[in-house]
Design a protein around this ligand. Sequence first.
Ligand code: SF4
Length: 363
Amino acid sequence: MNKASIYGMTLDQLTAWLSERGHRKFRAAQVWDWLYRKRVTAFTDMTDVHPECIAVLEEHFVIQTLTEHVKQESADGTIKFLFKLVDGNLIETVLMKHKFGLSVCVTTQVGCNIGCSFCASGLLPKSRDLTSGEIVEQIMNVQLHLDQAGQEGKVSHVVVMGIGEPFDNFENLSDFLRVIKDHKGLAIGARHITVSTSGLADKIIEFTDSDMQVNLAVSLHAPNNELRTRIMKINRAIPIEKLMEAIQYYWDKTNRRITLEYILLKDVNDHREQALELAELIGDNKHLANVNLIPYNPVDEHSQYQRSEQESIRAFYDTLKKQGVSCSVRLEHGTDIDAACGQLRSKQIKESKPAGPGRIAAG
Ligand code: SF4
């Protein structure tokens, strides 16, 4: 059986785990210091940790379970990593360099079952959830890449917007958030972390009640059920009314802003009337919403969708603004590499697919 990633343990969990095995409480904090401050990649490098403690950690855990499979670097500094998991599956992680800091977009599942009709990631169904350790490790690997390249700076922002539906892997997502927020761990401020969901209403309520304090983004992509069901099949099970009820619950309980993601698809959802309908849907909560307009990155497999014209993007934006809706157009990163989420992964898997019929095997 594969050993678990040590990064999957919260500080409390590791403290309890070591105590159960007769090790003093401070050992866990010592181990974390080596992992997150000094960023060692072998237990034996933790020179002030008692050898018996090192031995028990080595017996049950590993520090590195991900290996770099492919790395694409864009002229704007964006780096897309394709990591190979211990079971051979491939996942994507992206580093973006902003004026405000270094941001990493992480993946939470191998494949995705939500089936958004425009998405390269959703082309391959979910084969499993990532463990919390595998999610944390994506950030650690990116940080190690920066360290080894002699680049100053620490990952300061995290977006959970890579492959998968994070709320469909809720428990591991929660442990992941605890680890990266912990001031003894990666110490990433809650306000610098955003989790994006396709709109699992029950989980939005659970997330609100969990008081995680991190930012929430919801993929809306359409202002009415007819259109949203066409774009996102999840809307059949969770229609807009149910989603908006959950969002209202979040607003009432937290009084915090939500980002509403809206991917602009040419002549599908980018008309002025749809912008007006969207403003109406947000209604009296305009001060609690920011619409993030995302120009579509076309993928070969979804040739029915094209990128909206520049004038349509502008007109959509202007219409929302005139209705008093706060909105922005997402700055593009890595346009000279496989920019769409999941594009690099699906390309690599296709290239490694054996000729003839059969199951697509990742890795
Ligand atoms: S957009 Fe997100 S939720 Fe939808 S299929 Fe792609 S990865 Fe899944």
